[in-house]
Design a protein around this ligand. Structure first.
Ligand SMILES: O=P(O)(O)OC[C@H]1O[C@H](O[C@H]2O[C@H](CO)[C@@H](O)[C@H](O)[C@H]2O)[C@H](O)[C@@H](O)[C@@H]1O
Length: 266
């Protein structure tokens, strides 16, 4: 076992998650932040068709209880969707890549967004979708996501369509995710959301642990390294994270074992 470390060896080779010494984590000293798609839920062709196993929802509830409420979701999805998928939990959540946030006390904050610019982008991308069967557009508050999972060969054409639609508009930010291109009409990132949580009770003063699977999670991995944070990448791909879990399934079972260990040691 190796102790907690904040960075990988800078060669892009994180340690296997099994090597993280869970005993070095104390439930009242850790703040747990979790991405959703690809981390808690397996990737599916249709974003509406994902599900989180009942045992994982129970593990989250156990972790929430034993950490004194220091478990939050940090996701690209809207908060309302996470509430639906994790029912009956009502966790603190940063949604739409940091554009909206519900704190542990239930208070809501949101970043201002340029909805007019987004409307123009939506028109342009809807025309692209209408010409290309299988392209799917997801409308969120402050953001649009163009999904090409069903037509992976259209990746390049999709990127071109997005760049044309955004056309250098300073208030719009492009994020490339897993078979998706997102256009955010506000300046916020998952790293910003994580930092905001860490200023609030019950997260403040704790060691942040963040797990995610996508390139959109990398800025948060880097951000918590300065706070002696524990970063966990799910699946393959280059990463700044210190640890790697092979799959969503293995990460879910690690979360379950973390809850068990916390309970036994308490
Ligand atoms: O930050 P996350 O919780 O990882 O959310 C990122 C985006 O996830 C969703 O799209 C991804 O998952 C879908 C379901 O598995 C998949 O079909 C799609 O290809 C993936 O990109 C979600 O639809 C987006 O709104 C999130 O921003």
């Amino acid at each position: 076992m190796i102790p907690l470390i904040s960075r990988n060896n800078m060669a892009g080779t994180p340690e296997p998650l099994a090597k993280l010494d869970k005993n070095a984590l104390h439930p009242l000293e850790v703040a747990i932040f979790l991405d959703f798609d690809g981390t808690l839920a397996d990737i599916a062709e249709d974003p509406a068709a994902v599900a989180v196993p009942r045992q994982t929802i129970e593990a989250l509830a156990r972790l929430e209880k034993i950490t004194g409420g220091a478990v939050a979701i940090v996701t690209g999805r809207p908060i309302s969707e996470i509430d639906y998928f994790l029912f009956p939990l009502n966790l603190p959540i940063a949604g739409v890549h940091g554009l909206e946030r519900r704190g542990a006390d239930g208070s809501m904050t949101s970043v201002p967004t340029d909805e007019k610019a987004l409307e123009y982008v939506a028109d342009h991308l809807e025309r692209f979708r209408d010409r290309n069967e299988g392209i799917f557009i997801e409308h969120k508050q402050g953001s649009i996501a163009l999904h090409y999972r069903k037509r992976p060969e259209l990746e390049s054409a999709s990127k071109t369509a997005v760049h044309e639609a955004v056309n250098g508009h300073a208030g719009l930010h492009i994020l490339n995710g897993k078979k998706v291109i997102e256009i955010k009409a506000g300046k916020a990132t998952k790293a910003d959301a994580l930092k905001a949580f860490l200023k609030e009770h019950p997260f403040t003063g704790r060691i942040p642990l963040f797990a995610g699977d996508d390139v959109t999670d990398e800025d948060a991995f880097v951000a918590i390294a300065g706070d002696r944070g524990v970063s966990i990448k799910i699946g393959d791909g280059k990463t700044a994270a210190a640890y790697r879990a092979d799959s969503t399934e293995s990460f879910r079972s690690w979360l379950d074992s973390l809850a068990g260990m916390f309970e036994r040691n308490n």
